[in-house]
Design a protein around this ligand. Structure first.
Ligand code: CMC
Length: 436
């Protein structure tokens, strides 16, 4: 028996099988040889919601959920947040290495070249009602960009991919700011390429009549750090969507729109907005214990708590707490912080949460910072999407260049009727046709 082999005995037939183990994993397709008869399809694995299935090999992001470790391309998230800018980290995630001075300058210049939106895209945005949710506007606008850049369909050309990747990363802040200003009927502000990525975003969001918008450097850096923390998170729901849609060779714009749609759900990126609604509902520190009891009794969830992979403190939540302190030196304390801290304190001491290893995740504190900075809650998930586009596109490119990948197409266990035959409508059970 080989050392890196898994021995299996099929008790139905008494036959024995050896399946190779690589990286602690067996290939599901290797189980197909296990059959009860020659016309049997062969053994499958059943894994709803992918609890224990690796869908790809990836060199981008490493997570050890038990130890609370997150690394991009091998670099600890803490070091990247402390020492790098968001665009530097974006370069790392996309290219595998941190850039040199020259590479970084070229990359920044490339992104800046693509920050403007085609004027027709502005008209497209005009079609939304004033109170449209920005996430719906973002998803639709990204999808609409596929009509502006039809050449993006040539996904096999690396140079073409590079251009579309830069375009998408560059245009996300512009679309976001336009969605925000549309709500208030404020004129759209064109990008100012003298400014850094985050300063320019703040400029497009909040510039009024001043000749030159000057961002507060502490807030601009805090936003940059938040973008770094959200840039990638391996095979989460939206990234899996990006890979699945991209595997059909759809263009990157519609694939990113699909990934953003997945992000919008309250169990994923939509949780940051829900956290704020939850804190509003709780109202004050005194009500926290009763709210936690309600959750334990099965009424709703603590939004911003729990994670499929982290069974320890989410390392991003720790950095976010530190960032919050910096932001509050400028903005003053967000009163909701007190409620959030009390919620965390009570939950972390409670048997229900301890037993299930439920800790605050990235979304728990991010909304409180965003709100203190002046962002409305309905924009929070859009703020998650701006940096996550980097991860989606890196994972998309990795998928396209992986010779093992094909169109994503899972199997199912059919649970419906066996074959049956159509009866005329007046003979069907319960039919009233022809009845007096
Ligand atoms: N509050 C209360 N109970 C919870 C929570 C929560 N936030 N999360 C999980 N549980 C319970 C769950 O009810 C289950 O209990 P039991 O074993 O008695 O049935 C147990 O913990 C295991 O949970 P699960 O639903 O099997 O875990 P999952 O891996 O399928 O779900 C999750 C992960 C993130 C969807 C879930 O924890 C959740 O809904 N959290 C709240 C929403 C949230 O904050 N989402 C953001 C995730 S992090 C950033 C991102 O991905 O965007």
């Amino acid at each position: 028996m080989g050392q890196n082999m898994l021995s299996l005995t099929d008790q139905r037939t008494g036959l024995q099988f050896e399946v190779p183990i690589t990286d602690g994993t067996i290939r599901a397709a290797d189980l197909k040889q296990i059959k009860t008869s020659p016309d049997d399809f062969g053994m499958m694995t059943y894994d709803p919601a992918f609890l224990n299935t690796a869908s790809c090999r990836s060199a981008i992001t490493f997570i050890d959920g038990d130890k609370g470790i997150l690394r991009y391309r091998g670099y600890p998230i803490e070091e990247l947040a402390e020492n790098c800018s968001f665009l530097e980290v974006a370069y790392l995630i996309l290219n595998g290495e941190l850039p040199t001075d020259e590479e970084l300058n070229d990359w920044i210049a490339l992104v800046k070249r693509h920050t403007m939106l085609h004027e027709t895209t502005k008209k497209f945005l005009e079609g939304f009602r004033y109170d449209a949710h920005p996430m719906g506007m973002l998803i639709s606008t990204i999808a609409a960009l596929s009509t502006v850049y039809p050449e993006a369909r040539d996904i096999q050309d690396p140079e073409n991919r590079k251009k579309q990747i830069a375009r998408l990363i560059a245009k996300m802040p512009t679309i976001t700011a336009y969605c925000y200003r549309h709500h208030f009927g404020l004129p759209y502000i064109y990008p100012d390429n003298d400014l850094s990525f985050t300063e320019n975003f703040m400029n497009m969001m909040w510039k009024l009549l001043e000749p030159k918008y000057v961002a507060n450097p502490i807030l601009a850096r805090a936003l940059d750090i938040l973008f770094i923390l959200h840039a990638d998170h391996e095979q989460n729901c939206s990234t899996n969507t990006m890979r699945a849609v991209g595997s059909s060779q759809a263009d990157p714009y519609v694939s990113v729109a699909a990934a953003a749609a997945a992000l919008s759900g309250p169990l994923h990126g939509g949780a940051n907005e829900e956290v704020l609604h939850m804190l509003d509902e709780i109202g004050s520190k005194e009500n926290v214990a009763a709210y936690v009891k309600k959750v334990k009794d099965g009424h709703g969830k603590l939004m911003g708590f729990g994670h499929r992979v982290y069974k320890n403190y989410d390392p991003r939540a720790r950095i976010i707490k530190w960032t919050a302190d910096q932001v509050f030196t400028v903005t003053g304390l967000n009163p909701k912080l007190e409620i959030a801290k009390e919620l965390e304190r009570i939950a972390l001491e409670d048997e229900y949460f301890i037993k299930r290893k439920l800790y605050p995740n990235v979304d728990f504190y991010s909304g409180i910072i965003y709100e203190a900075m002046g962002f409305r809650p309905d924009l929070f998930t859009v703020l998650f999407a701006i940096p996550r586009v980097v991860g989606w596109l890196a994972q998309w490119q990795e998928m396209l260049t992986d010779p093992e990948q094909k169109i994503a197409r899972p199997r199912q266990i059919y649970t419906g009727s066996g074959e049956r035959h159509v009866v005329p409508i007046d003979k069907r059970h319960g039919s009233t046709v022809g009845a007096d």
